[in-house]
Structures are given as C-alpha cells and as structure tokens.
Design a binder for this molecule. Sequence first.
Ligand code: FES
Length: 318
Amino acid sequence: MGLSDAGRLRLRLQAVEYAAAGVNLYRFAAPDGSALPAFEPGAHIDVALGEGLLRQYSLLWPQPSPSEYQIAVQLAEGGKGGSRRLHYESVVGEHYEVSAPRNHFALQPGAAPSVLLAGGIGITPLLAMYRQLKAQGRPVALYYWAARAEHWLFPAELAGQADVRLFATREGAAVPRLAELLPTLPAEAQLYCCGPQAMVDAFDQLSAGRPPGRLHRERFSASLEALQPGGGFRARLARSGISLEVAPEQTLLQACEAAGVDVAYSCEEGVCGACEVKVLGGCVEHRDSVLSPAQRAANSHMMICCSRGLGDDLVLDL
Ligand code: FES
C-alpha cells in the first residue's frame, strides 16, 4: 500500500490544536511556504503515516490558493493505528507524504436546497460545504449528530445559526433519528451524508426512493462488499492492448501491476478514488464506497482496487 507518485506532496506539519473531545486539528504546509493545489469542499487528501498506514482525511478550509491543508482527526483507540500515530506520535515540524486533493463528494450546482447530514467526525467535509454554501448565499440546512456536546467541532461557529441543528445523542434529550428526519426533507433537496458506516448504510436504505442524482455520501472505511471474495474474470486494456485473466483471489489492480501496467492507487479499500478508471465496455460489479448509486448505474467508471468485472467482456481505458 502506498501513495502513487502522481500528485504526491511532501508537507511539513505546522501545528496541532485541540478541536473537540478526542479530536485534534492538524495543519500541513509546504516547507518553502509555496501555495498548495487548490481544492473544493468535499475534497480529501491521503496522508502516509508509516508502513502500511495510509489514511484519508477531508480538508476543512477550501481556498483558491491554499497556504496549508487543515484536517481534523478523531482518535480511534480500537482503529488500525492511523489516528493513534497522529495523536500520540506526531511532532510539529516533521514531514509527511500527502496526496494532492481528490474530490468524489463535490457540491452540486443549482438552486435546490442542500441538506447536510453529519455524524461524528463525518462533519469535516460537510463543514467545508456549509461554509461555501453560506458564502454563496445558497439555501442549506446542516444536521449534526455527536455523542455529547464536547464532541462537536466548531460549536461556536455553528451553534447560533438558524440553519444548523446540533444533536447530542447521549445527553438524555430526545433527538430526531435519520429515519424520522429524511421523510420531512424537500424532494428536490440535494442530500449529503457523511458519518459512521451504520449511519451511511441507513442513509442509503432510507433514501432509496429519491432520485439517485440527489444523493451523495462519503465513507472513510471499506464497505463489507469491498472485502468479499469474488469470482475470476477477464478484462481487456484498450490502450495497452493487453488481455488480463483476473484470478478470484486477485484484484484488477493487482492483475494490472502484474502485467506491468502503471496504474495510480492509494487506499486499496475502495474509499479514496485514486484508482478510478474509465470503463469502455462490459459490466462492473461495483464494490467501492466512492461512486454514488447514479454513478454506479452509469457504468462508465470503476475503482479497480476492489470492483470486479461481471462476465468476461470488461474493457478499460488503460
Ligand atoms: S485505491 Fe483507493 S479507491 Fe482504489
């Protein structure tokens, strides 16, 4: 597992700040102070945190010419180690390999209201969206669930806003559940959800009757389907003229590498979007957490680190 060379940045950790209970803010900048690649709300970066530890974090402050990237990281004691590395071992001044920003969770244009549904640390991409929508004068509502008030990020900014509802689920007061809230939201609204896996799964199930093009969500851990074994299949790489046999225990990405085809990748779990490839023909069994239901149905792109061919007629723009 590693960052591909394309767009790789080497940044210095400029500062670490307390943000909320169990959450720190980390600010990265170019060592020579030069501007970093611009990004839009919803974008994330990959941060290499040591051997086999590559994590995706949403960026907090979109700017046209950013001088730094700011991320919020929640400590997960039982996680795979990325947040423990940052919370317990990071030292201001050290350097990190970071990818250029990627965005598979972008705000949609148009006058329709945007409804942002955040659970826990899932607030980070939605906060950037909220700030931009407000700055543009577009209609927005933000619903933000956290365990306790001490876990809310930027409560001073959010608490007084008429279009923000903050919920503390473990402080005794009744809070609305997603199942109660979703039916009350306008049919024309663009819905954006980011939070724990169970919340995003519930969002997908509860919103199934809405137009897929108005549903957007971001996950930061691999879905169960990404980890399931799959069948073998064949694929043809149109530009390189190579035909691949992908074995059941192999991913398409691994088969490409074994054939000497240079492909970009990062997380290898279907969450970062780095390995996205254009599909020229055939059917895909999508297993990633990046593409929306509408994008999956279009069958025009796939994440080759986890998604597979259905049948033997897959043709890729590689
Ligand atoms: S490498 Fe991250 S989605 Fe495939």
